[in-house]
Design a protein around this ligand. Sequence first.
Ligand code: FES
Length: 172
Amino acid sequence: MTAAEARSATDAPRRRPHRFVVAKVDEIPPGERRIVEAGGREIGVYNIKGRFYAMLNRCPHLAGPLCEGQVVNAVESSGPGDVRLEESRTYVTCPWHNWEFDVETGRSYWNPRLRARPLPVGVEGGAEIEAAMERGEVDRIPGPYRAEMIPVSIESDYVVLSLRPARGGTSS
Ligand code: FES
């Protein structure tokens, strides 16, 4: 690479990252959620039985703060006296009108035409993140204390959120 090529490579405008470090994995234990701001949007990041999920904090019904609501499982019944908790299906309940949205797909049985917006989120190692940060592919968002950025070290695993739309998938 010539000096001119190297200079133009470093002068090239960097694309804004679409992936963000949310927290160390153990900072969002099972059953907990954290609402973060990334790319100008509020997003709820959930740990549900060790798997991470993320959803835009905006209800598709009337724009309520969806991620401030409860997390519940589906209940199934074939008739009177038969009630089963379906633990494999989990819903976020909007606090405004109690519509429930599937945490994986964003679908609601209240209105199948409206969908909440799930986002991809997963766990990555610190070394991998450091390398991606150097390439400008990953950014950090403020921690629980607004002015504090999440420090990244290679010894830890981190929850990483992507703002590119999910196809209903997640990872743990
Ligand atoms: S605004 Fe969420 S259910 Fe109405």
